[in-house]
Design a protein around this ligand. Sequence first.
Ligand code: PHE
Length: 342
Amino acid sequence: LERDLIAQVEAAADEPALEAVRVAALGKKGSVSDLLKTLGSMTPEERKARGPLINGLRDRVQGALGARREALAEAGLEARLAAERVDVTLPVREAPELGGRIHPISQVIDEITAIFADMGFSVAEGPDIETDELNFTALNFPPGHPAREMHDTFFLAPDRNGQRKVLRTHTSPVQIRTMRAEAPPIRVIIPGRTYRHDSDQTHTPMFHQVEGLVIDRSANIANLKWVLEEFCKAFFEVENVKMRFRPSFFPFTEPSAEVDIQCSRKGGEIRFGEGEDWLEILGCGMVHPNVLRNCGLDPDGIQGFAFGVGIDRIAMLKYGMPDLRPFFEADVRWLDHYGFRP
Ligand code: PHE
């Protein structure tokens, strides 16, 4: 019996199996308990002889059960430790899809900056809140000139000296800042926020422009056309693009032009470098002698050209976004769809 019981104990694979063995041996009706009960009906001599044997059997079975229980518990712990181990050598899981995105405006400013950097332009910046002087007067807008109204200007409340600042209506005031701070030759682009009182599908009160300014002894219209053509080819990713220079007017350039680029429009889809349609994308011209003078430069020895591009507009054209307003509504679903992966 003993050998049999010890074998059963040893063979028990888990706690419940071991418990079943214990009940079968030491439980109320267990085989060892039955033997112990026989002691009661024995003669004293018999009991003296058999008692120690039966009690010894019970003790050894109990001992075996205890040892087995401990062994099983230890094995269980080992197994759990192995199963729950963190493998620090596993490769990291890919980041969830809803990570941050680069806003299309930031992306397009980066693209524009890179294209002009290749042509030797550096980046200049100016403040969004600008003096009336720099936004208008120094740019050859005469006082009370209707062009000031044309820009749908946001005016700030006048300060103690009666000075009325404005939210800049274009990036052109940074032309003045640059020419007053740096000696020619100058070759800069000026990306930034601009403001006009205007709101519809393609206009928002805050929008973006990038200004270009080149000043040296001989910068001319041919150079201007070449720079703009190179830019359009690189930005719209076309081999050849026809451009149309339409005479126009800006107080700070003379002559002035607005530039259209050739495109085709089929079923709402726009393609550049082909077709019969034209899209206006920028204004430009030769820097007006008065503007040069306002910056302490002598128009007899120095000249230059400037241009201003609506960033939002060319971003919409390039990436096929029909409405400008969601650009500035911070809707994560729109950003997730139109934004760029870092
Ligand atoms: N500042 C002009 C505008 O906002 C654009 C422009 C810039 C035109 C530079 C000529 C030269 O419309």
